[in-house]
Design a binder for this molecule. Structure first.
Ligand code: UDP
Length: 235
């Protein structure tokens, strides 16, 4: 394995599969199998999941809700997704712990950094729920923050696109994929990798980001093995 400990970021939308809303259990099962395969090779895995398949604070604000109230609802959505993934991971035989940035003692542990690290050392897959616990942030920022806190070797951003392109590949057929790019080039070219707060956190703390397509079976293993199938942001 190229890495010892990684932070895997999955968007809420990725859990929808082909659906328009909610959680596709088949997709979650596929992720759980991919995560198990990599974990079996000895990699320590922490996960942050978004909530966009259920609720997004910003969209709710546009339709008139108070932003902070809506953001807390978004954070609760991430806990629902985290619980779905936790269940699937346990079904494939992994030991897991869900740590939430908002206290919900009946269903998960509160986030305590040292405890998270201890769980990882003991071979448990750690899921960080409820984002950063603060409104006006995103789960990308939560992923960057937690990755730094647990000294992860990289943030692996699993999306439905297989890397960072010169333009949006879904709109521009001439778009070309970068296999590697620096943080500075991403700024200079105005490319969209993660939100700026998350991106800057990674840059300042020298945590590389790898963007890859998590929806293809086996891709997570390839990335964990150091194969250049996605886009690596570093330097
Ligand atoms: N959120 C928040 N603070 C955080 C993380 C998330 O307020 O630290 C809220 C925010 O409203 C966001 C929602 O939770 O819209 C879902 O998270 P996100 O949009 O990052 O999910 P993704 O796009 O990855 O599915």
């Amino acid at each position: 394995m190229k890495y010892k400990r990684i932070l895997l970021k999955l968007s809420g939308e990725s859990l929808m599969g082909e659906m328009q809303y909610g959680i596709d259990n088949e997709r979650v099962k596929q992720y759980a199998e991919d995560i198990k395969a990599v974990h079996d090779k000895g990699l320590e895995i922490a996960i942050v999941i978004g909530g966009g398949n259920i609720f997004r604070g910003l969209s709710a604000e546009k339709s008139g809700m108070d932003r902070a109230q809506a953001d807390y609802m978004g954070m609760l959505a991430t806990v629902i997704n985290s619980m779905a993934l936790q269940d699937a991971l346990e079904k494939v035989g992994l030991k897991t712990r869900l740590l939430s940035a908002i206290k919900m003692e009946q269903i998960c542990e509160p986030f305590v950094r040292r405890r998270a690290i201890r769980h990882l050392e003991k071979g448990r897959v750690v899921i960080f729920g409820a984002g950063t616990g603060n409104p006006y942030f995103t789960t990308d920022s939560a992923a960057a923050l937690r990755a730094i806190e647990i000294s992860a070797d990289a943030v692996l951003k699993g999306t439905r696109v297989d890397g960072i392109y010169t333009a949006d590949p879904e709109k521009d057929p001439a778009a070309v994929k970068y296999s590697e790019i620096s943080f500075k080039e991403v700024y200079a070219k105005g490319l969209n990798v993660m939100d700026m707060t998350a991106f800057t956190l990674c840059e300042e703390n020298k945590v590389p980001i790898i963007v890859f397509d998590m929806n293809k079976n086996g891709n997570f293993m390839k990335i964990a093995n150091g194969e250049e199938i996605g886009t690596l942001v570093q330097g």
